[in-house]
Design a protein around this ligand. Structure first.
Ligand code: ADP
Length: 190
């Protein structure tokens, strides 16, 4: 199964994506994690991404798209949960192209819905106590919400139009949200 997990920063994507990938037997592919790994290993890609990430901005599409194209061509990516990609309209087009070139398509898009911006910001401020992420200051956290609203929120109706969107309430405990996601996956299995 090939799934996208979408949602604003702080909605709990990363947490849920790991468990979801295990449950479908697929790879968890997080562009944020991939950039952070490159940063930790001080690769050229990491150095380039850092300036954008630290400011809460998106890494340019040319860079991100190439990274995802390579990752999705790896043998373990026959089934996957994609987390944090696509984030722009151009990335949506690119992803369709990547998948078409692999003879594959998405089975579903799960959107974690948390309407309350303050709830998101407070969750992330709490996470900042332990994350050690340079982009987890309150100012950058708020900026990341703005960037999400400006660039990424519009992808949700786009996938609704494609008929593959499944919205899941992202308010509740981790287990409650996981159970809602599992119900969607069951419905996709048919
Ligand atoms: P969050 O926890 O805010 O959802 P992620 O861990 O997914 O963030 O990503 C962290 C940062 O990595 C983003 O703020 C951005 O700079 C960069 N990034 C991740 N995915 C993408 C993408 N698809 N396009 C551009 N930049 C990305």
């Amino acid at each position: 199964m090939r799934l996208l997990l979408m949602g604003p920063p702080g909605a709990g994507k990363g947490t849920q994506a790991v468990d979801l990938a295990t449950s479908i037997g697929g790879a968890h592919i997080s562009t944020g994690d991939m950039f952070r790994e490159n940063l930790a290993n001080e690769t050229d890609l990491g150095k380039l991404a850092k300036q954008y990430m630290d400011a809460g901005q998106y890494v340019p599409d040319e860079v991100t798209n190439g990274m995802v194209r390579n990752r999705l061509a790896e043998p373990d990516a026959a089934a996957f949960v994609l987390d944090g990609y696509p984030r722009t309209a151009d990335q949506v087009v690119e992803l369709d192209d990547i998948l078409a070139s692999l003879g594959a398509k998405l089975d579903g898009v799960i959107s974690l819905v948390v309407e309350d911006r303050e709830e998101l910001v407070q969750r992330m401020i709490k996470r900042a106590e332990t994350s050690g992420r340079a982009d987890d200051t309150e100012e950058v956290i708020r900026h990341r919400q703005d960037v999400y609203d400006a660039e990424t929120a519009a992808l949700v109706p786009l996938y609704r139009d494609h008929g593959i969107l499944h919205e899941v309430d992202g308010i509740g405990t981790i287990d409650e949200v996981a159970a809602r996601i599992a119900a969607v996956v069951d419905s996709l299995r048919g």
